[in-house]
Design a protein around this ligand. Structure first.
Ligand code: FES
Length: 505
């Protein structure tokens, strides 16, 4: 029987969303023409739009819901080039030149954010701090030593340390100096405020249905049409899939609890190395400092009892910190690429005007900012030394084993899920399940009032996998490419573009 989330502590809302106002940009009124259309109003889309507008382009940001409220609203918002352990891997698999490009790009992203904060005087709690990747056991120390060596060789501000500000012992840690943290929504809402005007726009509540590349490109939405010379797809998962992104991206969810401590809050940002990493950082709030502890990651739609994941995360935090209370809880989703480097650039090998930014693998603050800078340069035909490394159409052998593994996993959910789960459970209020009815497999949700029952086809409207009920978030999550639907079947985010199909029970 699925666990219920009624007993979970903390308010089920992201701290970032809870401490900033909602946005109210208008929907697309009719037809609009701009230089560049940007699909998706998260950090990648808004950064690209901001930098393009600064460079004299007119832009239109098209957002299905509200800007800075999708994946960006649920991040832990670490602005760092310390991506757990990656530089030793990059040197071994991509060579030193490309590893240096990755290091330079992510360090430049930190400085780009700092420059925008200063130039526009943005009050977003931007603070320089150290970032650490730590190991709790001796067996995990060797990879840290290799990482420090690799990072230092690439010119990064790296050092090996055996002490951290954490209140529990570590075996060793990689420390990067001069990194930063901020409030991502305060930052983005300030950027967004400056975007509309002089031929540029933000349109919320505008769902993109189709993109045709031409001269100019035509973007069909549920409100009207946008024509643009170039299009940036920054909607988390690329829209339209001529380059097989569905086979090259792996969506993952992870969980965060925001806790108040009895005692001092450790300065810095932390992530553990090893198979199941935990992440820690703090942020100022009305009651002092909120400590965010994240972890319990899993592939989307394959998390099993997600309520238990919050419970394990809380227990992990209580074992290591003097937790007085749990104030918040939320979860987030990241796409990983098969070779660990994001896809930023032309969407497919033949396109001239269609660009993507995706696959930030949990490092979206710097990754999205790199994407914004790189896409500005690509669109304006400027040289950029990071372009080859990030090219979505790169041919590398590095990701082949992961590619095979991912697609075996996806195939299992096309075939296996259609044959699984036959019984019809007695659903409690607020619970959902895929059940067998006379009409065949049905996604069924009993609303909190106990009487209203919503029923849908459980077939994901992207490519036909069977969705899975997520009890902690009360959503239908697709185990193949990570589309998510609310309990009432409405699309939360793609790659699907349509709601689940209603069905009579
Ligand atoms: Fe691709 Fe569901 S997200 S089939």
């Amino acid at each position: 029987m699925t666990n219920t989330n009624d007993a979970l502590p903390g308010r089920p809302i992201s701290f970032w969303l809870d401490t900033t106002p909602r946005t109210k940009f208008p929907p697309l009124p009719d037809n609009v023409s701009v230089d560049v259309a940007v699909v998706g109003g998260g950090l990648a889309g808004l950064t690209a739009a901001t930098l393009l507008k600064e460079a004299g382009q007119t832009v239109a940001v098209l957002e299905m819901g509200h800007i800075a409220q999708g994946v960006t609203g649920y991040t832990t918002a670490k602005i760092t080039s310390l991506h757990t352990l990656i530089y030793d891997y990059l040197i071994r698999h991509f060579g030193e030149e490309k590893a240096r490009a990755y290091a330079d790009a992510n360090q430049a992203a930190i400085e780009q954010i700092a420059a925008l904060v200063t130039r526009r005087n943005i009050a977003c709690d931007f603070t320089r701090t150290e970032a650490y990747t730590y190991a709790e056991i001796e067996d995990d120390v060797n990879p840290l030593e290799a990482e420090v060596k690799a990072a230092a060789r690439l010119g990064l501000p790296a050092a090996l340390t055996y002490e951290t500000p954490l209140p529990f012992p570590v075996a060793a840690a990689v420390r990067f100096d001069g990194q930063a943290r901020f409030h991502p929504r305060k930052y983005l809402l300030a950027l967004a405020q400056d975007l509309p005007g002089e031929g540029s726009h933000i349109f919320e509540g505008t769902r993109v249905l189709d993109i045709v590349e031409d001269e100019p490109c035509r973007i069909t939405t549920d409100k009207g049409t946008v024509t643009a010379r170039d299009v940036v797809i920054a909607s988390h998962f690329p829209f339209g899939d001529k380059a097989l992104y569905a086979a090259r991206l792996s969506p993952h969810r992870s969980y965060v609890v925001g806790v108040r401590l009895d005692g001092p809050v450790p300065p810095g940002m932390f992530i553990s190395s090893g198979e199941s990493p935990h992440t820690i950082r703090s942020h100022p709030w009305e009651a002092g400092e909120l400590v965010m502890v994240g972890g319990e990651g899993h592939k989307t739609g394959q998390g099993g009892d997600t309520v238990a994941r919050y419970q394990r995360l809380e227990a992990w935090a209580r074992e290591r910190f003097p937790v007085r209370s749990v104030e918040y809880r939320w979860s987030t989703q990241d796409n990983r690429t098969i070779d660990r480097v994001p896809y930023v650039g032309r969407a497919n090998p033949t396109t001239k005007h269609l660009y993507v930014a995706t696959g930030f693998g949990g490092w979206g603050m710097t990754g999205s900012t790199v994407a914004g800078m790189l896409l500005r340069d690509r669109i304006l035909s400027r040289e950029n030394p990071w372009a080859d490394l990030y090219d979505p159409n790169r041919l590398t052998l590095e990701g082949v084993p992961q590619f095979v593994k991912e697609n075996v996993n996806i195939a299992t959910h096309f075939i296996g899920d259609r044959l699984a789960r036959g019984e019809s459970p007695d659903l409690a209020p607020g619970e959902g399940a895929v059940v067998e009815t006379e009409q065949g497999k049905t996604a069924m949700y009993r609303a909190e009032d106990g009487t209203t029952v919503h029923t849908f086809s459980p077939v994901c409207t992207h490519m036909g996998c069977i969705v899975d009920w997520n009890p902690a978030e009360k959503s239908w999550d697709c185990p193949c490419h990570g589309s998510r639907f609310a309990a009432d079947g409405k699309l939360i985010h793609g790659p699907a573009v349509k709601d689940l199909e209603p069905k009579s029970s």
